[in-house]
Ligand binder design. Structure first.
Ligand code: MG
Length: 276
């Protein structure tokens, strides 16, 4: 190992001295076996390097290619159903129904399909009410598929309705909730469903979610459009639609919301069985 390192250093010094770094062939091989799909070789020299994305300076912050939906100051990326959600101390809070006059969801102006999402939320403190009436909100991908937000701390409710649940379908793998009044993080990958031209379902939506850094959904297939007291099902829709934050008549707060629209390559492995 030591010899190898010394050789590498010597090579690098030589290259620096001759100024021929740019002329060097890309690292990798041209004589290794082809991988499934027939496009690239194992360790192939010709395979494009990944695009560089600068991560945030602090964990949880938006990376360089993120679409920032809420930075603590502006509601510009959103359209409320009725009245603006007020901003205070860098956080959005769902206004009371007395002020809004009725259900007042927050809808992103931009539409998305496959996305990575980061969001932070805080359940009301002190908590009031019980079960589904305590700290209820939710992230509705494509305005249809809900990943539940609820006060999950010492708040008994039905399992497929607690925080981290695919509402009405899959409880979270574990309850990783913090206490009311504490900021909580959600990191999510959502894959939109695919429909055939005739509207039939080709591939369901999938969701992977970490709540406070703990896995609560692992590439979980979603059952369909979220619905209360019924079995969800799919109905064909466009490839992109807004993200909606739910108003469920509870003053839940939000901060640091960003998404990264994902390329088809992010899910291609699951679509193409030959590994292309
Ligand atoms: Mg909800």
């Amino acid at each position: 190992m030591k010899t190898c390192l010394m050789a590498s250093v010597a090579t690098a010094m030589t290259l620096m001295a001759t100024g021929s770094v740019a002329a060097q062939e890309k690292p990798g091989f041209k004589d290794t076996p082809m991988l499934p799909g027939g496009q690239w070789r194992v360790h192939g020299a010709d395979r494009p390097a990944p695009v560089v994305v600068a991560p945030a300076a602090t964990p949880g912050g938006p990376p360089a290619d993120a679409v920032v939906l809420f930075d603590g100051r502006s509601l510009d990326a959103w359209k409320p159903d009725r009245i603006a959600w007020p901003i205070a101390d860098g956080a959005l809070t769902i206004p009371s129904r007395a002020k809004s006059g009725g259900e007042n969801n927050l809808v992103s102006k931009q539409s998305f399909g496959d996305v990575q999402m980061h969001l932070e939320f805080r359940s009301p403190n002190p908590p009031t009410k019980t079960s589904q009436d305590r700290g209820n909100s939710g992230i509705w991908f494509m305005q249809r598929y809900e990943l539940q937000i609820l006060d999950g701390s010492q708040n008994p409710t039905y399992a497929d309705g607690t925080v981290g649940a695919v509402y009405g379908w899959k409880p979270p793998l574990v309850n990783a909730s913090r206490r009311p009044g504490e900021w909580q993080t959600y990191d999510i990958v959502f894959e939109r469903p695919r429909f055939a031209a005739d509207g039939s379902l080709v591939r369901p939506a999938y969701v992977t979610a970490l709540l406070n850094g703990v896995l609560v959904q692992n590439h979980q297939a979603m059952l369909g459009t979220t619905i209360w007291r019924q079995v969800a099902s799919y109905k064909a829709h466009a490839d992109a639609a807004p993200i909606q934050l739910q108003d469920h008549d509870s003053p839940v707060s939000f901060r640091n919301i960003w998404v990264r629209p994902l390329p088809e390559a992010a899910i291609a492995q699951d679509l193409k069985k030959d590994g292309k």
